[in-house]
Design a protein around this ligand. Sequence first.
Ligand SMILES: NC(=O)c1ccc[n+]([C@@H]2O[C@H](COP(=O)([O-])OP(=O)(O)OC[C@H]3O[C@@H](n4cnc5c(N)ncnc54)[C@H](OP(=O)(O)O)[C@@H]3O)[C@@H](O)[C@H]2O)c1
Length: 288
Amino acid sequence: METIRLNNGVEMPMEGFGVFQVTDETQCEQAVAEAIGAGYRLIDTASSYGNEEAVGRAIRQWNVSREEFFITTKAYIHQMGYEATKAAFFQSLEKLGLDYLDLYLIHMPFGDYYGSWRAMEELYREGKIRAIGVCNFLPDRLLDLCKNVTVTPQINQIERHPHYQREEELDLMRELGVQPQAWAPFAEGMKGMFTEPVFQEIAGKYGKTPAQVILRWNVQQGVIVIPKSVHPERMRENLGIWDFALDGEDMERIKALDLGCPSMLDTRKVSEVRRVYGYLEHPVLTSL
Ligand SMILES: NC(=O)c1ccc[n+]([C@@H]2O[C@H](COP(=O)([O-])OP(=O)(O)OC[C@H]3O[C@@H](n4cnc5c(N)ncnc54)[C@H](OP(=O)(O)O)[C@@H]3O)[C@@H](O)[C@H]2O)c1
């Protein structure tokens, strides 16, 4: 597994394990424990996933040193603002059973995220977080944030997969020194991602699976991936992307699959903003 050096010198794995929608405590603990056994060290959770305690328990099942792990969690929109983010950070840390975080992210570009960023900069300088970043920041908001903060975000975690390639946004992130990380690298399997003939053909050529080709396409462009699966065989399959490389022709074929619009989340749409705020009524959040 390759690592990448963030703009503050911290080394981060190029592939990790995501736990969105694994809300059942037992299932989450088991899945993360299996993922660690398979070789994942980067685990991506969020306060809004309601599974930080299960992630923490899974980590403690293994005799792996803390330094080997790269643990990420996120502050959701009701945790924005200086005071709320500080409180949210310590709550997440306690739930995970950790004394520092590797990466802490602002989950959505809504609310008083500048106040949150000041709190995160302080925690970062105090050594409680090794890297700080954002999620779902479109280029205008990302550039504005970078112009107004003293610590440039290390990460922007965005929806990215072959149907939504966001090349210009990646160019801006490279210019700003913000490392892109792809969430939903399979678009959660929507729009026939796994059965797309192009992926089947390319997979056959390398003796790989469509899932492996899709992940390889992202990492080969320097984008970190965090696929989610509750199936151990798929966890292992998704790790099998470090012994082959797609050639230029294959990369061009995948480039042609870009639909140019999100499959999962479009923060520019009023209906989507309403949906994101509506999630505050979800039992996972009301029980926080
Ligand atoms: N920052 C954000 O706003 C944000 C938003 C969404 C997600 N994320 C993060 O990104 C992670 C990944 O995104 P995601 O979970 O939404 O979607 P994803 O990783 O694109 O897709 C997960 C789906 O693909 C299936 N799958 C996984 N590996 C497979 C394989 N090898 N073959 C066939 N099917 C496979 C899984 O099924 P099974 O589980 O049944 O195997 C699951 O249904 C999340 O878990 C979360 O950590 C962040």
